[in-house]
Write a protein that binds this ligand. Structure first.
Ligand code: ATP
Ligand code: MG
Length: 437
């Protein structure tokens, strides 16, 4: 069979047998954010192109090469969001969330789109869990946001992931630093990759983010931003480190962390693992005190992070972390003929109304394949509904784990009887687990 269509390069399907992994990370990330007082925000998948150009930055890789920009007849230009922060800030401004008192704390789980070279851990459509805190300039806020990211990583069971911390200062300290970088790289101009030659003129800090081994070697002894921080930025950074110390969160100061997006100021951080190859940054974020003003709001300090969920899942699988399994079927009705099906339909509805997970035959199979199916889906109990059962109003409830059969009414009191049987079976499960106490 020749399929007419295949998925676009760099996208991924989640098949039904694997979706439990996504449910696990979606649940644990959201629950952890809520424990820190963050509430969910939802935003559109596409935004005005100008929003990303202004916020992410004209000279960044994302804006220069990676955006999916679309337009329909008569419309202006839209771009599929390459990240979450810009749209979230736009939405908070547009809906007056910024006027509701500070701090405002939001989280989101959304898809992002970037036209990148596809490789392990680098897709064209990927998913981020993100958090943003608006309205605090205190280093306490930085420590809190980093602590939240760390709690999420702990909660999903990740190990050996290192918090890399840096400060990239404010626009003032950065101007001096840029100058120092230009002076350092200028003599090597011809040895740099084409992109970095451009970066040298437009945005020399981007040079430190280059993935080419040759450029990284040249950048090895480049000046370090931390030597250029003004007194206020230095004090802020010391504060962040002190709070992290008090909370017992380990970190390494890594002056090479500069982040790929333009809007960052002061604190930047990445949680990095060496276990999934070159794309080891699972979570990245920082402070962006200038962004809200850039988008037309009042000058407001803010910070946040984005966590790549595909990368998170890669590490979780590598480290054999626990996943929440899908629920399994409580009860399967095996049916024989129309009268039996009709009875199964009524009993199924009643049991589902009480919250049970119930199935019956939908493909009109014989009894044997039905039993096989019940076994395959892991049904905890099976009831075979034949003519005798319907006539007598009684059936056998089969416990699939033990093979034990008990009589059960299939009249009006079916659901309470089945509930009792479920409780009993859980109890006998416990008894055997604790040696028949
Ligand atoms: P990288 O240096 O890996 O390209 P970035 O600086 O472009 O990352 P951010 O914009 O900070 O990444 O995105 C936050 C997180 O989202 C990253 O740390 C990563 O986990 C994830 N991420 C970014 N780009 C991709 C991608 N193309 N495919 C999968 N995950 C991604
Ligand atoms: Mg990138």
């Amino acid at each position: 069979m020749a399929l007419l269509a295949k998925k676009p390069k760099g996208t991924a399907d989640v098949v039904p047998s694997k979706s439990y992994m996504w449910h696990t990370v979606e649940k644990l990330t959201a629950e952890t954010a809520q424990q820190y007082g963050f509430k969910e925000i939802r935003i559109p998948t596409f935004e005005d192109t100008g929003l990303f150009v202004r916020s992410v930055g004209e000279t960044t890789d994302v804006v220069q090469k990676e955006m999916y920009t679309v337009s329909a007849a008569g419309d202006s230009q839209f771009t599929l969001r390459p990240e979450g922060t810009a749209g979230v800030m736009r939405a908070m401004l547009e809906n007056g969330v910024m006027n509701e008192g500070f701090p405002q704390k939001v989280y989101y789980i959304l898809s992002c789109f970037r036209h990148e070279n596809v490789q392990a851990g680098r897709l064209r459509e990927f998913h981020q869990f993100g958090c943003e805190m608006v309205g605090s300039a205190s280093p306490r806020a930085d420590a809190e946001v980093i602590s939240l990211a760390k709690s999420v990583l702990d909660r999903v069971g990740l190990q050996n992931i290192v918090l890399n911390l840096n400060s990239i200062g404010c626009p003032e300290c950065r101007e001096k630093y840029r100058q120092a970088l230009r002076e350092y790289f200028e003599p090597h101009r011809d040895e740099l990759c084409r992109t970095c030659q451009e970066r040298l003129d437009k945005n020399p800090m981007r040079l430190l983010d280059c993935k080419s081994a040759e450029d990284q070697a040249i950048a090895k002894d480049a000046p370090v931003i931390l030597d250029y921080l003004c007194d206020d930025c230095k004090k802020h950074f010391d504060g962040v480190k002190e709070y992290l110390g008090i909370m017992g969160i380990d970190y390494v100061v890594n002056p090479k962390i500069v982040r790929g997006l333009d809007y960052y100021t002061r604190t930047v951080f990445e949680f990095i693992t060496t276990e999934i190859g070159a794309q080891g940054t699972v979570c990245a974020g920082g402070r962006y005190d200038g962004l809200i003003e850039e988008l037309g709001g009042a000058k407001t300090p803010a910070l946040g992070f984005g966590m790549g969920l595909e990368r998170l899942l890669l590490v979780m699988q590598k480290q054999n972390c626990d996943f929440m399994q899908d629920k399994t079927c409580d009860l399967y009705f095996a049916t024989m003929g129309e009268a039996s099906v009709n009875k199964a339909l009524c009993l199924t509805r009643a049991a589902r109304d009480e919250g049970f997970f119930v199935e019956y035959d939908l493909v009109e199979r014989g009894l044997k394949p039905q039993m096989k199916y019940a076994d395959k889906i892991g049904a905890k109990f099976v009831i075979v509904l034949g003519d005798n059962e319907i006539e007598s109003g009684k059936a056998k409830l089969k416990n699939m784990a033990t093979g034990e059969q008990t009589d059960i009414s299939i009249g009006d009191d079916f659901v309470p009887q089945f509930s009792q049987a479920m409780v009993n079976s859980m109890f006998s499960g416990l008894e055997s687990e604790f040696g028949g106490l």
